[in-house]
Write a protein that binds this ligand. Structure first.
Ligand SMILES: CC(C)(COP(=O)(O)OP(=O)(O)OC[C@H]1O[C@@H](n2cnc3c(N)ncnc32)[C@H](O)[C@@H]1OP(=O)(O)O)[C@@H](O)C(=O)NCCC(=O)NCCS
Length: 146
């Protein structure tokens, strides 16, 4: 397995993985914005097959985890944790001392991953995410890096 940075030409396969895993996937426009901006978009591959991806934004000593996703058929094999470790390492190299993230209140797999990696809840954004015709809270979490 290896990590590499995403290129525009990866959009098709990244969107396939994204849509396999999320109820509310990022759009092509979301990924283009990240690629054109200052975010780092990382892919995890095995034999040229995309297994998952992760996106961070790092500035003024803070990292924000914007997306972490493992292809549906490759989940529960340690890959989400592996991608998260890579993103924490990259964030530290880019000078961040803390990582922030937001997660749907109902996303128990992601919450379990973050809690097991020492993230703590620091706040709630009420009605932050769409959920059908309603809205769902986001939990805001953080952990020190390094
Ligand atoms: C969250 C996600 C990235 C985890 O990836 P993964 O490769 O399946 O996770 P791992 O195999 O590395 O598991 C790491 C830990 O996460 C937790 N976890 C992962 N999936 C879980 C599940 N279905 N139920 C409960 N806990 C789960 C466990 O604590 C697990 O540790 P353990 O295997 O030692 O029990 C993956 O479920 C995913 O892509 N989900 C859709 C996208 C998403 O919701 N991203 C997060 C947005 S905030």
């Amino acid at each position: 397995m290896k990590f590499r940075k995403m290129l525009v030409s990866d959009l098709g396969s990244v969107l396939t993985v994204e849509r396999s895993a999320y109820s509310h996937p990022w759009t092509e426009g979301n990924f283009r914005d990240s690629l054109e901006g200052n975010d780092e978009v990382w892919l995890l591959e095995s034999n040229d097959k995309l297994l998952g991806h992760g996106v961070i934004s790092v500035a003024v000593g803070e990292a924000h985890l914007l997306n972490i996703c493992v292809a549906n058929h490759s989940q529960r094999q340690g890959l989400g944790r592996y991608i998260l470790h890579h993103l924490l390492t990259r964030s530290e190299l880019l000078g961040a001392g803390i990582m922030f993230l937001e997660v749907r209140e109902s996303n128990s797999p992601a919450l379990a991953l973050y809690q097991s990696e020492r993230f703590e809840q620091i706040g709630v954004r009420k009605n932050y995410y769409p959920l059908g015709s309603e809205r769902e809270n986001a939990l805001v979490m953080s952990r020190p890096i390094g």
